[in-house]
Design a protein around this ligand. Structure first.
Ligand SMILES: [Zn+2]
Ligand SMILES: [Zn+2]
Length: 406
């Protein structure tokens, strides 16, 4: 018997968590939350005490909260085992767990675990993982992110985690063939040309600055935030950047086993203006890079307040923003009108996941018989499902579906 069930994440855009059960055991792949103010059963994966107590191991693909922040809840339900991840993910994850806890608390969210449960999480280096993990590789999504290939009950199960081969800086390893593929399709129904996106970004920046405005870029302090920072710096634009982004850039440059060679690195340690504690309008028109793509931090909101009444300035949102966050709200025209926001607001996706073309390509290359799509709402996967089924694949795309072998 082999069964793969999404406890969250398939047919949805977050709280990624997949249960693999077979005759002799069960494991969990990721254990994330949905960043939304909502009921526990909507925010957290559909875990039970029975599942938690019987698990043999947990494997993390990377540190982002939509893959990790429900770990304390899992321990609260009675899990007592290990959480396997790369050294980099192990060092980054506690920060994400803490950040989620504080966010939930600040929003008077119900937290279904105690603060001490955060410290119960028992991380273990992936190099000591059980032998049914047969292969793993870099997934190009962020520092420490990996895909995993397991051999369980006679089947090869490939879990991509969040994956991209289009990052400017992060290296990724080719995916192996498998029988069952659990694949990131966060940009299902979208077709994004990364080169065009970066060119468009440079064009927006140049136009905004030469018109005397400032361009506000709320980005994660890691991942695409670093790519965008170095790319824009290369264009010779004035940049005001958060110290955390610079620190992470310098740190990342040293991670030679994780990054690609790129001429962008040559600019990495130059002097740029760093944002201070209090937001101050730059003396010359600049690109302002602040951490937190969803604009939930005081710093991002401070710069927003500074620029919102300036019709020459622009704010560009380049990633996913959860419902109700400032980055999400300001993209809605009615919200901008009601709140008298004069700065321009645009959405321009910088790819950190596969788009629909990429998913079809990756399925072709890995040759699975069964595919579980995750990280996208079911309604966005209609065409993709059709394409894969036409190629003879059995496709699952809902937390109600289970991949099963007797
Ligand atoms: Zn991620
Ligand atoms: Zn994710």
């Amino acid at each position: 018997m082999l069964e793969i069930r999404a406890l969250g994440g398939s047919g949805e855009d977050s709280r990624n968590c997949f249960l693999v059960r077979w005759d002799d055991g069960s494991i969990l792949l990721d254990c994330g939350v949905r960043r939304e103010i909502a009921a526990v059963e909507v925010v957290y994966p559909l875990l039970t005490e029975e599942i938690a107590k019987n698990l043999n191991a947990v494997f993390l693909s990377h540190a982002h909260e939509d893959h990790t922040a429900a770990l304390p809840y899992l321990y609260h339900l009675g899990y007592g085992g290990k959480v396997y991840a790369t050294e980099e993910t192990i060092s980054l994850t506690p920060g994400f767990l803490r950040k989620w806890h504080d966010y939930a608390q600040a929003n008077k969210e119900i937290i279904p675990f105690d603060e001490e449960d955060i410290n119960k999480v028992h991380f273990e280096k992936i190099t000591d993982a059980p032998s049914y993990l047969i292969s793993r590789g870099r997934s190009g999504h962020m520092l420490g992110s990996q895909w995993y290939l397991f051999s369980i009950a006679g089947k090869r199960i490939l879990y991509t985690g969040d994956i991209t081969f289009d990052g400017l800086l992060m290296a990724a390893d080719e995916l192996p063939e498998c029988d069952i593929l659990i694949i990131d399709c966060a940009y299902a129904s979208k077709f994004i040309n990364q080169k065009n996106s970066y060119e468009k970004l440079a064009e927006i920046a140049l136009n905004t600055l030469s018109n005397g405005g400032n361009l506000l870029l709320p980005v994660p302090a890691n991942g695409r935030g670093i790519d965008m920072y170095l790319y824009l710096k290369k264009q010779g634009l004035n940049i005001l950047v958060d110290a955390a982004v610079i620190r992470n850039t310098v740190d990342l440059r040293r991670q030679t086993e994780w990054v690609k060679e790129s001429d962008l690195w040559s600019d990495c340690e130059d002097v740029v203006t760093v944002t201070g504690k209090e937001p101050v309008r730059p003396e010359v028109p600049s690109v302002i890079i602040v951490p937190d793509g969803m604009m939930t931090t005081a710093k991002a909101q401070g710069y927003y307040e500074l620029l919102r009444n300036d019709s020459k300035s622009r704010i560009v949102i380049t990633g996913h923003s959860a419902r109700g966050t400032l980055a999400d709200s300001i993209q809605i025209e009615d919200y901008r009108k009601e709140n008298n926001i004069l700065a321009g607001v645009e959405k321009l996706t910088i790819k950190v996941h596969p788009d629909e073309h990429d998913v079809v390509d990756l399925v072709r290359m890995t040759k699975p018989e069964k595919v579980m799509l995750f990280h996208a709402k079911e309604k966005n996967c209609t065409e993709l499902k059709k394409k894969l089924r036409e190629k003879g694949k059995e496709v699952s795309c809902s937390i109600r579906n289970t991949i099963k072998y007797d």
